[in-house]
Design a protein around this ligand. Structure first.
Ligand code: SF4
Ligand code: SF4
Ligand code: SF4
Length: 331
């Protein structure tokens, strides 16, 4: 069977190492799924694949060993899934019967968030769905992940855009019994942003990363949460064969609306500056920023955005990472 590999890949089917066989990728925004959908995965894997399903590193599913000739039939089968998971959440997909319309922007992944984890500062999956509407479908190769707190279990620091929950912790000194539990914990496990002065807590805002652990440690509820959600946004992290590196903080103490606008602007920036000759039209945004410089990136992605008053923007980004061909210290 002759196939158009470019179209197939765009359609979220994989070119695999076995001739004639493909694998179907299923998006799971935010990495959280109603188990009723497992029946669909099982049916496709049993009927068309080899009875196995791979959980991808981006929290989607990949069903291997499917014959190319079955692709359209399977696209029909997954149409109700695409409708329920994507279209009904506001993602613009004209024809779910033709499968996924793009595979460039990868599944938006997320840690378990506050549906389960006590450290989490927000509902990561719910926010992933909001971002999905902005980021998908899109052919540009962008990786986005959300993590509920600075523990960063999802590895937001290895993404093009990593979103980390922050909490604005508020202190009621009349409830404080000066037990020092929050001070000791912040010093030992976090950034040492707290100290005790005259039996009251002093907060160094420049060191506080908004993890919220002080709130959890306090026996008297002297620390409590501002119910508004805030986020740190880290950008241009990546793995890969050239120059792997950790993302750097771009924004702090921003709200959801700002992040959605930043992501929209990011695609405009990529469209303008991507190397048109990049292999398969894929270029990590960090490499584009290496060419344009951070200030151009900043200007584009913050265009027409009024930042909330508490927001902070990085003046410059410090990147390190390493180049395989330059920094090979092996003897
Ligand atoms: S990153 Fe934080 S919120 Fe998410 S699972 Fe880890 S500890 Fe919990
Ligand atoms: S939110 Fe985290 S970093 Fe800030 S004071 Fe509390 S424990 Fe320390
Ligand atoms: S844990 Fe609570 S009560 Fe103890 S020092 Fe901190 S704010 Fe005060």
């Amino acid at each position: 069977m002759s196939i158009n590999t470019k179209k197939v890949k765009k359609n979220a089917w994989r070119i695999t190492k076995k001739r004639g066989k493909t694998a179907l990728r299923i998006r799971v925004p935010g990495g959280h799924l109603n188990v009723k959908h497992f029946d669909l995965l099982k049916e496709i894997a049993n009927r068309y694949g080899n009875g196995t399903v791979h959980i991808t590193s981006r929290q989607g599913f990949e069903i291997p060993q499917i014959d190319f000739e079955n692709m359209q039939e399977i696209n029909n089968i997954i149409a109700p899934y695409i409708t329920e998971i994507e279209v009904l959440h506001g993602v613009e997909i004209d024809t779910p019967l033709e499968g996924y319309p793009a595979a460039g922007t990868r599944n938006i992944s997320a840690c378990i968030g506050n549906r389960v984890c006590p450290f989490a500062n927000y509902d990561t999956t719910a926010f992933a769905y909001e971002i999905e509407k902005t980021a998908f479908p899109n052919d540009y190769h962008v990786k986005i992940a959300l993590t509920g707190c600075p523990n960063d279990c999802i590895k937001a620091h290895l993404q093009d855009i990593g979103i980390i929950g922050q909490v604005d912790r508020q202190y009621d000194e009349y409830r404080c019994i000066s037990c020092n539990a929050c001070v000791k914990n912040c010093k030992r496990r976090v950034t040492g942003a707290l100290s005790m002065v005259n039996y009251k807590i002093k907060l160094d805002k420049t060191r506080c990363i908004g993890c919220g652990e002080c709130i959890m440690k306090c026996p008297t509820n002297a620390w409590h949460r501002n119910p508004q959600n805030f986020f740190r946004v880290v950008v241009m992290g990546r793995t890969g064969k050239k120059n792997p590196r950790l993302a750097a903080t771009f924004l702090e103490w921003v709200d959801k609306e700002t992040i959605i606008k930043v992501i929209k602007n990011l695609y405009i920036y990529i469209d303008k500056f991507i190397d048109k000759d990049s292999p398969d039209g894929k270029e990590h945004v960090g490499y584009i920023v290496d060419r344009t410089g951070y200030q151009v990136f900043k200007e584009y992605v913050l265009k027409d955005i009024t930042l909330p008053p508490q927001a902070k923007v990085a003046d410059k980004l410090e990147f390190s990472g390493y180049y395989y061909e330059k920094n090979n210290l092996m003897s």
